[in-house]
Each structure stands twice: as structure tokens, then as C-alpha cells.
Design a protein around this ligand. Structure first.
Ligand code: MLT
Length: 320
């Protein structure tokens, strides 16, 4: 069975695919037109991607041999699932395995903003000592964290924040019953959360219903000292509205790992206006990128391919 891997992939997983008799083509740099060419040439049964976008023309170029597009991660907003469905191609994902990694980065961004860690480091590298400027922080103990989306990642963030003695407000259509019993946790409506939280952190999937969820009106509900954290998907924030709010000091700061327009290559220019703001800390969509998470995702991808190769079973299909 031919497997085309058009993204970074864990080495042990590659060995396992070869051992089970798959004919693997591995080229992490395949994007856009190059991916079109490779799909036509290799004619894989399984295409594995991570950040690489899979559009309608890729699915057409793959012809009828392509049975599965496998996203080595949870989100699949970079894959044209509707066209895949029309063509009888299953899109599968590896959910839940990098949630801890995303929660860890979320806490990192919260702490980095509170203590201005990136600016501290930059100034120290430039030989500037400024304890007066950097010796100011609100601190996290007793502050209120607003978790928007209390699924697996939201819950992992809440647990970590509780360990920091923070209070939690959460908004979700589904109750997180285990948390509802805790004195430091309260389930509230979104507007209430935005008005009361010191830090708002977003953990919802990229869906039509969540697109632009944090628009100008909702950002305006937040407190002037508040931080907005986004480690879920760029589409959830109206990014120009966030830029305006940060420039005008409507909120104190934002920390994001994801953006409205992200390069699909691992190395590229990044020109989004938000990057230049002093009260913005951004990372390079690395939430899922710990060794632990990538090993787990790689193993799940191998399991999905093995099941399909063995008897045609398709696991974790998201476009049925
Ligand atoms: C995910 O959807 O699981 C992550 O965004 C994966 C990634 O960083 O590529």
C-alpha cells in the first residue's frame, strides 16, 4: 500500500510503516503545487499531512487511488473535507493526543505575558538590566481565568490553573460535571465570562459557528487589564479587531499560537500586522509540538494505517 507523507513525521512511525510493508514516500516539504505533482506521480492510498493544506485540486490530482487523508493532529480545518467526501475519500484525524502539549503552551503564554518574559530576555540579551520596569506583574494566584470551550484541552488548562490557585469561569454548551463540583469553578454565559475574567483563554474547534467568535464587540467586553490567549485556531478571533483593541489599550495584552493566515511551510515569512505590537506575544503554531505529543500522534497515525491495510477499517473518520 502506498503512503505519501507530506509533512514532518515521527521517525519510529516511519520505521513501523516500512516494517508493515507500506511503500512510503516521505517529503516534509511537499506543499501546494509540489504536492499536486507528487499525488499524481505517487498515487498513494493514504496521504498523511499536518500543516500542509489539502485543497480540492489536490484531491482531484490524487485520482481514485486515494482512500484516506490522515491529519497527524486533531484539527482538520486545513483539509477540504466536503470535497473529499464527494470523492469518497475519508478524512481521519488523531484527536486528543496533543492536548496536554497545547495546555502546557497555554500556561506558558499566560505566565510569559504576566511577567513580560520575552521582553525581559530580549533586554538582557541586549545588555540592559531593568528591574524597575520588569519588576511589575499582577501575579496569577486568586486571578480569574475564563476558559472558552471546556473540552479536553480547556479542562487540562483549568486543572493547571487551579494548581496555580486561580479561579475558573468556563463557558461551554456541555457542562464539565467533574469541575462543576469545585468551589473555584463556575459555569457561566460567554458575555459574563468576558466581563469578569482577568485572562480569557480560547479552546474551541474551528467551525462555522466559532468563526470570529472573538469579534470587536466581544473583545470590548473584556476588562482593560485582561489578557486574551488563543492556542486553538486563528479563525476564532477577528484578528484586525484584536489588533485595534491592543493598539487602543482596550485589553492589556494577547498571546497567540495560531493566526488568521498561517504559512503551511515550517519556514516562511510571517507578515501579519499583529506581530509588531509590543503587547502581543506570539508563537509559531507550536502548541502540539512536544516530543511526547508527536510520538503519540505518530503512533495513532500508524494504528489508523495498519487497521486500514489489514481489513479496510477506517478509524477516526471525520467526514462520513
Ligand atoms: C492539531 O490540530 O492537533 C495541531 O494544530 C497540530 C499541529 O500543530 O500541527
Amino acid at each position: 500500500m502506498k503512503v505519501l507523507i507530506a509533512d514532518k513525521f515521527e521517525a519510529a512511525g516511519l520505521d513501523q510503516l516500512n516494517e508493515m510493508g507500506c511503500e512510503v514516500t516521505f517529503d516534509p516539504e511537499l506543499k501546494e503545487a509540489a504536492l499536486l505533482g507528487a499525488l499524481g506521480k505517487v498515487k498513494p492510498a493514504v496521504l498523511v499531512v499536518r500543516s500542509t493544506r489539502v485543497e480540492a485540486d489536490h484531491l482531484a490530482a490524487a485520482d481514485t487511488q486515494l482512500k484516506i487523508v490522515l491529519r497527524a493532529g486533531s484539527g482538520y480545518n486545513t483539509i477540504d473535507t466536503a470535497t473529499a467526501k464527494k470523492r469518497g475519500i475519508k478524512v481521519c484525524n488523531c484527536p486528543g493526543l496533543n492536548s496536554t502539549a497545547v495546555a502546557e503552551l497555554t500556561m506558558g503564554l499566560i505566565m510569559a505575558l504576566d511577567r513580560h518574559i520575552a521582553d525581559n530576555v530580549n533586554d538582557l540579551r541586549d545588555g540592559k538590566w531593568d528591574k524597575k520596569k520588569y519588576g511589575k506583574a499582577r501575579g496569577l494566584k486568586g486571578r480569574t481565568l475564563g476558559v472558552v470551550g471546556m473540552g479536553q484541552i480547556g479542562q487540562l488548562v483549568a486543572r493547571r490553573a487551579i494548581a496555580f490557585e486561580m479561579d475558573i469561569l468556563y463557558y461551554d454548551v456541555i457542562a464539565a460535571t467533574e469541575f462543576d463540583k469545585m468551589a473555584c469553578v463556575q459555569r457561566v454565559e460567554l458575555d459574563d465570562l468576558l466581563k469578569r475574567a482577568d485572562i480569557v483563554t480560547l479552546h474551541v474547534p474551528a467551525l462555522p459557528a466559532t468563526e470570529g467568535l472573538m469579534n470587536a464587540d466581544r473583545i470590548a467586553m473584556m476588562q482593560p487589564h485582561a489578557f486574551l490567549i488563543n492556542t486553538c485556531r486563528g479563525s476564532v478571533i477577528d484578528e484586525p479587531a484584536l489588533v485595534q483593541a491592543l493598539k487602543a489599550g482596550k485589553i492589556a495584552a494577547a498571546g497567540c499560537d495560531v493566526y488568521a493566515a498561517e504559512p503551511s511551510s515550517t519556514k516562511a515569512d510571517f507578515t501579519a500586522a499583529i506581530k509588531d505590537l509590543p503587547n502581543f506575544y506570539g508563537t509559531h503554531h507550536i502548541g502540539a509540538s512536544t516530543d511526547q505529543a508527536q510520538q503519540a500522534v505518530g503512533q495513532e497515525a500508524v494504528r489508523i494505517i495498519r487497521e486500514f491495510k489489514t481489513d479496510g477499517t477506517v478509524l477516526n473518520c471525520v467526514n462520513e
